[in-house]
Design a protein around this ligand. Structure first.
Ligand SMILES: Cc1cc2nc3c(=O)[nH]c(=O)nc-3n(C[C@H](O)[C@H](O)[C@H](O)COP(=O)(O)OP(=O)(O)OC[C@H]3O[C@@H](n4cnc5c(N)ncnc54)[C@H](O)[C@@H]3O)c2cc1C
Ligand SMILES: C=Cc1c2[nH]c(c1C)Cc1[nH]c(c(CCC(=O)O)c1C)Cc1[nH]c(c(C)c1CCC(=O)O)Cc1[nH]c(c(C)c1C=C)C2
Length: 559
């Protein structure tokens, strides 16, 4: 089993690097020269194989000169920022440093010649930010979109029920009982208890109050598994559901429904005012996206565009310091030994618990705040069965057998340990990810309410998901599946629990006290800041590129 124990703890005391002392006049001259290299904006980003501004003598001294920006972390967040910065200003001197020997971070697509499978995220919501980035990076042809009719199923009372796609199906279907529908309907139009003044509600409190207990149990509780692998009694409605929680008070009168109508109206107006980039593929219904060969095609494509000189693999950040000139000095362990790099700005996109170690030397109090973000363990278990192994229970099958749909979720009340199962062979049927006579599924197991999952070994995990599949989708006596790939993420997804935004503000405030705020050139990114969705990380990363370029521009003009 591939075991990802999060990112190993970073030592800060180990380094004793001899830094050449630079006289203050020389230092000022170097800073000026470097600042002026920010260059003019607007030049086009040219694809190139390699680019680095470091001189051989710099390398000899274990130093790479002064960068405009160092982006720490080669996941989708960091690469989106890096690629956008270079696209907007080709002369901007940046570097992306990644501790692993590959880019992508959580995004982990595997290919053994027979199967292609995902060990981290399985798909993304095809919002314009991801699609645009892919088009800008020359990967439009690599985008693959799943069938928009793919149902999401929720297990309830032994039956897999399709999530209603619209209000008529919600009203007429059997997803909720009639009392449940009436309670949800009344609540949605505003006939419900108002929120207690000043209280931050959990997702469970927010949904139960607005839509009733049944809608919470059947609809939202599994959704919390399917997005956060989280506990709805701990997740913050405000932080975890973002735009949904604000709907309650957005409309002409209180309630989620009037709020949703207003949001829809505003969205349509905005769309009219900002016509869509014509290069972007048309998106139908509730589809999800991937790339040919898997999600990792995107980060790999972005890194290739940036070039080897910019993306440094197996570079472990071990220390962050600030120089007297207000620069950041980062110390790395690299395959070529210890290196020190200075930069005018840094973007930290590594997980919060790694940022804690990274900033401990310059902001010990802030480090304590970063340690508090919680990432529970989740295992991804991809297996393949013969196509005729599945029972359909009235559902349609593909002509060659197997299941149709996006996948299924199992509310914790239904006594199935696996959180949910993705029907990979249906979603990416045209991408040749599995032998034709087999059907591949991706199971996620563990999460905030099942941290004991970490004690299971690879075979036990396969047995656990197989036992659960027998309860829901497999014909009785189906033999154990072919094991395709198993990965334990011991720190998987940051939980946007109660107090999430307050904790982030506190961490930023403590950094600011040490002159490490955005105004000083230290930018925080990554999924615990942006939101956990792949698409949201891209969107935030792209927006952050402008913030960093603005900082550099402002700094250049003030020196
Ligand atoms: C099991 C799982 C399933 C998921 N499923 C979905 C899904 O289906 N759809 C969806 O939208 N989202 C999903 N997500 C969430 C999504 O994948 C992530 O939120 C997103 O990929 C995070 O990207 P990131 O760049 O912010 O962080 P990361 O991917 O964590 O990238 C951070 C990078 O920093 C590097 N790093 C760490 N320490 C250092 C250091 N000291 N020096 C240098 N580099 C360092 C790491 O190696 C990593 O590459 C899933 C996540 C997991 C774990
Ligand atoms: C069971 C575990 C998980 C599954 N996916 C994730 C986990 C933890 C992670 C995840 N899934 C989605 C997102 C992005 C959310 C967004 O805002 O874009 C993340 C971080 C997408 C998603 N997956 C499901 C739903 C309902 C959503 C929201 C958007 C959409 O409808 O596409 C359902 C779902 N997730 C998983 C399964 C098995 C599943 C089944 C229906 C796995």
């Amino acid at each position: 089993m591939t075991m990802t124990t999060g990112i190993s703890s970073i030592g800060t005391k180990k380094n004793s690097i001899n830094r050449a002392k630079v006289s203050s006049t020389r230092r000022t001259r170097r800073v000026r020269a470097a600042l002026s290299s920010s260059g003019s904006k607007g030049s086009n980003f040219v694809v190139r194989a390699s680019s680095s501004s470091s001189s051989p003598s710099d390398d000899e001294n274990n130093s790479l000169g002064i960068k405009d920006t160092i982006i720490v972390g080669g996941g989708v967040s960091g690469l989106s920022t890096a690629f956008t910065m270079k696209s907007k200003n080709a002369s901007c001197d940046i570097m992306v440093t990644e501790i692993r020997d590959r880019v992508g971070g959580n995004v982990t697509s595997k290919n053994d010649g027979q199967y292609i499978w995902e060990e981290g995220p399985n798909s993304y919501q095809p919002g314009d930010a991801v699609l645009k980035l892919a088009c800008d990076a020359g990967m439009k042809e690599d985008i693959v979109l799943a069938n928009p009719d793919s149902d999401r199923y929720v297990l309830w009372d032994g039956e897999l029920r399709a999530l209603p796609k619209d209000i008529p199906t919600a009203v007429l279907g059997d997803f909720l009982t009639w009392p449940g529908k009436i309670r949800a309907g009344l609540g949605a139009v505003g006939i419900r208890m108002p929120k207690e003044e000043g209280k931050e509600e959990t997702v469970k409190e927010f949904v139960s109050r607005n839509l009733g207990e049944e809608a919470f149990q059947r609809l939202i509780e599994p959704f919390c598994s399917g997005v956060y692998a989280g506990d709805p009694a701990m997740l913050s409605a405000e932080a975890a559901t973002g735009r949904v929680s604000v709907l309650e008070n957005k409309g002409p009168w209180p309630g989620l429904f009037p709020g949703a109508l207003k949001a829809q109206y505003e969205g349509a107006k905005k769309k009219k005012e900002n016509p869509r980039d014509p290069r972007l593929p048309v998106i139908e219904g509730q589809t999800v996206g991937s790339f040919k060969g898997g999600l990792q095609t995107l980060p790999e494509g972005l890194a290739k565009q940036l070039g080897e000189g910019i993306v440094k693999l197996q570079w472990k950040l071990i220390k962050t310091e600030k120089t007297e000139d207000g620069l950041f000095s980062l110390t790395y362990e690299t395959p070529e030994g210890e290196k020190k790099v200075k930069a005018k700005s840094v973007v930290f996109t590594q997980p919060a618990y790694v940022v804690a170690d990274t900033v401990r030397s310059i902001a010990p109090e802030a480090a304590k705040s970063f340690e508090k973000f919680y990432y529970p363990p989740v295992a991804s278990v991809t297996v393949a069965y013969k196509r005729d192994a599945f029972k359909l229970d009235g559902r349609s099958a593909l002509p060659e057998g197997g299941l149709t749909g996006f996948g299924q979720l199992h509310p914790r009340t239904q006594k199935v340990r696996t959180l949910g199962t993705i029907y990979s062979s249906y979603l990416w049927a045209d991408d040749g990810r599995c032998p034709k006579d087999e059907f591949m599924i991706l199971n996620y197991i563990g999460g905030a309410r099942d941290v004991e999952i970490q004690k299971l070994n690879e075979d036990e995990l396969v047995q656990a998901v197989h036992a659960d599949a027998l309860k829901t989708i497999l014909k009785p006596d189906t033999p154990l599946p072919k094991k395709v790939g198993v990965r334990m993420w011991s720190k998987a997804i940051p939980q946007f629990n109660l107090g999430h935004w307050k904790l982030l503000d506190e961490a930023k405030e403590l950094l600011k006290k040490e002159k490490c705020s955005e105004e000083d050139g230290l930018f925080l990114g990554g999924n615990y800041v942006a939101g956990v969705a792949f698409g949201r990380c891209v969107e935030y990363g792209v927006d952050q590129a402008s913030d960093v370029l603005n900082f550099l521009d402002k700094q250049r003009r003030t020196v």
